[in-house]
Design a protein around this ligand. Structure first.
Ligand code: AMP
Length: 303
């Protein structure tokens, strides 16, 4: 099954303790698509300005990403500038320039409307809601968000929660959105407003999945060098949703497997700037890391 993603397609300028990149390919939809396309075909909806290096983005087409829903509008592309200091778990946003995103109205092409798996990547929640009104009964709708939108569009975001099956967000965002310091209570607060499943990512400390009254936890894959954490969340979502769409199975056991695929894809992207690592790896690399992950968390019967 294909997965439809709507999100930002950005030019990112990022500084980490290990180097910097300027105007590199980024954005929630870009990372998501580069990751999910390792598992299943992807349909992407977004907007870029006329300054966007489309030739660089076209590599995604070769990987099975349909870019026919990517609009090119007059004006500047969305730009995000961020910095990571020694704590690679939290990005400091230095600048967000919405550019063509400030006038964007998503138009879902007719051939995308019947997507069964929909991911509303991190963009204005009003646009995320607009997308949902244009698709026909998806089997699973998931969304993501970030502090920028929690601060500026809180009411819209809470309205969106009533329309999605699943949300992925990081621990700081979950605390900010719910006002609950405790993540179990934060997940409960979110579930009371709509989503049946809540995935809370904790960067290098792994990810929790709350589903009905059960909790699953997967550690992050232990890497000996993390180069640039940008896009880890979206690549996690791409691995998670891509795996679910490929297997078309929403049982709890499969949701747990999807968390592992999400963690594995997140672990690759942080090894380089932008989407570089996601373009280099192949199915063997993914299978090897999934197997290592399995060994990492396996234990003989304890009693
Ligand atoms: P993450 O996966 O959480 O590290 O997300 C990183 C991506 O989010 C970067 O490539 C940014 O371009 C993008 N981004 C940053 N701020 C925003 C925003 N306010 N809306 C949409 N996308 C954003």
């Amino acid at each position: 099954m294909t997965v439809l993603v709507v999100g930002s397609v950005a030019l990112d300028s990022v500084e980490t303790p290990f180097g910097r990149a300027d105007d590199a390919l980024g954005g929630s939809a870009t990372y998501f698509a580069a990751s999910a396309s390792h598992h299943t075909p992807v349909q992407l909806v977004g907007v870029v300005g006329n300054d966007y290096p489309m030739d660089k983005l076209r590599v995604l087409e070769a990987r099975g990403v349909d870019l026919s829903g990517l609009e090119q509008a007059d004006g500047e592309s969305f730009r995000w500038r961020g910095r990571y200091r020694h704590d690679l778990n939290s990005a400091e946003t230095l600048e967000t320039r919405l550019g063509v995103f400030s006038h964007f109205r998503p138009k879902i092409p007719a051939q995308f409307k019947r997507a069964k798996y929909v991911f509303l990547g991190n963009i204005d929640p009003r646009l995320q809601i607009e997308v949902l009104s244009q698709v026909d009964k998806p089997k699973l709708v998931a969304c993501d968000t970030m502090n920028f939108w929690i601060e500026s569009r809180r009411d819209d975001l809470i309205q969106l929660l009533g329309k999605v099956d699943l949300i992925t967000l990081n621990d700081a965002e979950a605390r900010q959105l719910t006002g609950e310091a405790n993540l179990v209570r934060a997940a409960r607060w979110i579930m009371a407003r709509g989503p049946k499943t809540v995935v809370i990512k904790k960067g290098e400390h792994g990810a929790f999945m709350f589903h009905a009254d059960r909790v699953f936890f997967a550690p992050a894959y232990p890497l000996d060098s993390v180069f640039d954490p940008t896009g880890a969340g979206d690549s996690f979502a791409g691995g998670f949703m891509g795996y679910l769409a490929k297997t078309d199975d929403l049982s709890e056991a499969n949701l747990r497997r999807a968390v592992v695929y999400g963690s594995v894809m997140g672990s690759f992207v942080v090894e380089g700037f932008s989407i570089t690592r996601l373009l280099e790896i192949g199915s063997d690399d993914i299978a090897r890391r999934v197997a290592e992950f399995h060994r990492l968390v396996s234990v003989d019967a304890l009693v």
